[in-house]
Design a protein around this ligand. Structure first.
Ligand SMILES: [Zn+2]
Length: 228
């Protein structure tokens, strides 16, 4: 009843979920494809990251190797760029592109880039919200307490806001990555097309995730209003 209650909401949500699954498969496919294409200079993801960081005076930002695939990230608390094995040690177009992207976040952090600050501010609220929103909504329906449903929807909206704020942060990190890869001569003209393809595919997964959340929120609101 709860999950299939609103058919209109479901009709809207379904293509968004399909789009998210497509985006996810595309990022893996594109990453794997460019992981097989070595860059002309034979430079690794870790070397790329170091080179860009140093060029921005961020000599004290650490670069570490972590397990997993596409698990690359930047942690502002420890000021550490964590790169997965294939990115850290690989000398492919994909490796340098992802390495440059993560460094983009470190530069955003150092510059006090506003969307990143706002995102960090929202992060604890969003993670709290996404943990409890479903419990609240479920409890609200079971006990027929509208306020609980509304609180759950509010938490959901905050989690969506976090995903929306993530978008400029991600796009901007990729724009910086492309500029740095070109300006520092890490990749050549024809190779930058590959970098752009890899980073665009990654950005699409964030857009898709936000779209699914927006669809889910819309559906929840429809279900809530049909209960009144
Ligand atoms: Zn990123």
């Amino acid at each position: 009843m709860f999950f299939y209650g609103s058919s209109l909401g479901f009709i809207i949500l379904l293509p968004l979920i399909a789009y998210a699954m497509y985006a996810q498969s595309m990022v893996t496919k594109t990453f794997n494809r460019y992981l097989k294409v070595p860059n002309t200079r034979g430079i690794t993801g870790a070397e790329t990251a170091r080179k860009i960081l140093d060029a921005h005076g961020l000599n004290d930002v650490k670069i570490v190797k972590i397990a997993g695939k596409l698990s690359d990230h930047y942690d502002p608390r420890s000021r550490t760029v964590s790169l997965s094995e294939a990115v850290y040690s690989g000398n492919s177009i994909a490796s340098v592109s992802v390495g440059a992207h993560e460094v983009g976040h470190a530069i955003q952090h150092a510059e006090g880039y506003a969307p990143l600050n706002f995102r960090s501010l929202l992060a604890p609220v969003a993670s709290f919200g996404s943990k409890y929103m479903m419990i609240l909504v479920f409890a609200g329906f079971i006990f027929n307490i509208l306020q609980l449903i509304d609180l759950g929807i509010l938490f959901y909206a905050l989690a969506l806001l976090f995903q929306i704020v993530t978008l400029p942060v991600e796009f901007n990190a990729s724009t910086r990555a492309i500029a740095n890869l070109t300006d520092l001569g890490i990749v050549y003209d024809q190779e930058i097309i590959g970098s752009k393809t890899v980073l665009k595919a990654a950005a699409m997964t964030y857009v898709a995730a936000a779209a699914v959340s927006a669809g889910q929120l819309f559906r929840l609101i429809l279900i809530r209003n049909s209960r009144r």
